[in-house]
Design a protein around this ligand. Structure first.
Ligand code: ADP
Ligand code: MG
Length: 299
C-alpha cells in the first residue's frame, strides 16, 4: 500500500526566500495528521505544492504513489484541498459549483447522491441554490470544504479550515471530518487551534521556518513537556518578578505557570504571599499541545 502522502527532500524558494528547506514526511493512509507551525512557517506552501499549484524548487511529492508533477492528473484526483483563502467562482450557485468540480474530475450524475450528502452534512442544504458570491463568510467556508470533497478524494487537506469560523460550524465540521476519517479517508489539517489538533489528530508535525522541528504521535509530544501547569487567578492581577521565569501564559487576571516539580508550588505560594497577592482560584493541569508547541517552536 503506498502512503497517502510522501514528501522527499522538498525545497521551495521564492526569490531569495527559502520557504521550505528539505522537508521529508510520510503520511500513511487513514491517518488524521496535523501540520502545525507559526505564521510564515511554510504550511500553505507545502499544501500548495501537494495540490500542484506550485512547483518545488527541488525534491519530490506524491499522493497515493502518484508524483504531483509528472502524474499531476492522477495525484490531483486523489486529493481534496480546502485552501486557506476564500477563493471561488462567483458565477455558480453552491450545487452547480460542486457539480462542476466533480465534472472536472470526470464524474457525472452518478456522483449526485454524494454531493447531496456533502451539502447536507455541512449544513448547506438551504443554500444549495444560492450564488457563491452571496454567501456569508462562514457559508463560503462550508462551500469550499464541500468543493474539496465533491469528487470524493481519499486524501483531504484542510488549510486552517476553522480560522474565523463560529463554534457551531467548527463542531459540525469536525463531526463530519471525523466520520470521513473513520470511513478511511486520510485527513491532513493545519490549524491555529492547537486544542483541535490535540483532540483530533493522532500524529503531528511542527514546522518552523521551513523545517520540520518535531514529528511524533500526539501522545509522545504531550509527554515531552514534563511537569504541570499551575493556573492562578490573582488579585491584584500582578505576578512577582521572582515568578516570571516560570510564566507560560497570561490572560487578564489568569496567570499560568510551568512547574517542573510539585515542590515548586510551595515557592509560588510563598512568593505570592510576600508580595501581598491573593489567590482567588487555582488549578493544576497537565501540559497541553500549546505548551509543547511553545517549547519546541518558540525555542
Ligand atoms: N507566492 C509567494 N511569493 C513569495 N513569498 C511567498 C509566497 N507564498 C509564501 N511566501 C512566503 O513563504 C513563507 C511561508 O509562507 P506560508 O507557506 O504561507 O506560511 P504559513 O502557511 O505557514 O503561514 C512566508 O515567508 C511567506 O511570506
Ligand atoms: Mg498558511
Amino acid at each position: 500500500m503506498s502512503p497517502a502522502i510522501h514528501i522527499e527532500q522538498v525545497y521551495k524558494s521564492f526569490g531569495p526566500l527559502q520557504a521550505l528547506k528539505g522537508i521529508n514526511l510520510t503520511i500513511e493512509q487513514g491517518e488524521f495528521f496535523a501540520l502545525l507551525g507559526p505564521n510564515g512557517a511554510g504550511k500553505s506552501t507545502l499544501i500548495n505544492l501537494l495540490a500542484g499549484l506550485l512547483r518545488p524548487t527541488s525534491g519530490r511529492l506524491s499522493v497515493m504513489g502518484h508524483d504531483v508533477v509528472t502524474e499531476y492528473r492522477q495525484a490531483r484526483q486523489l486529493l481534496g484541498v480546502v485552501p486557506q483563502e476564500l477563493v471561488f467562482d462567483p458565477f455558480f450557485n453552491v450545487r452547480e459549483m460542486l457539480r462542476f468540480q466533480a465534472g472536472y474530475f470526470g464524474l457525472g450524475r452518478e456522483n449526485d447522491a454524494w454531493i447531496d450528502e456533502v451539502i447536507e452534512s455541512l449544513g448547506l442544504a438551504d443554500k444549495a441554490h444560492t450564488n457563491m458570491r452571496r454567501l456569508s463568510g462562514g457559508m463560503k467556508r462550508r462551500a469550499l470544504i464541500a468543493q474539496a470533497l465533491a469528487h470524493r478524494p481519499p486524501v483531504l487537506v484542510l488549510d486552517e479550515p476553522t480560522a474565523g469560523v463560529d463554534v457551531e460550524l467548527r463542531q459540525m465540521l469536525w463531526a463530519f471530518i471525523k466520520r470521513l476519517n473513520r470511513e478511511g479517508h486520510t485527513i491532513i489539517l493545519t490549524t491555529h487551534y492547537l486544542e483541535e489538533a490535540e483532540t483530533l489528530c493522532s500524529r503531528v508535525a511542527m514546522l518552523k521556518q521551513g523545517e520540520i522541528v518535531a514529528l511524533d504521535s500526539t501522545e509522545n509530544l504531550l509527554n515531552r513537556v514534563p511537569g504541570k501547569n499551575l493556573r492562578l487567578r490573582l488579585a491584584p492581577s500582578h505576578l512577582p518578578s521572582t515568578l516570571h521565569p516560570m510564566l507560560r501564559a497570561n490572560e487578564g487576571d489568569i496567570w499560568t505557570l510551568a512547574l517542573s516539580e510539585a515542590a515548586q508550588i510551595e515557592f509560588v505560594l510563598a512568593e505570592l504571599r510576600a508580595a501581598d497577592v491573593r489567590i482567588e482560584d487555582m488549578q493544576l493541569i497537565e501540559a497541553d499541545l500549546e505548551d509543547v508547541f511553545m517549547e519546541i517552536v518558540r525555542a
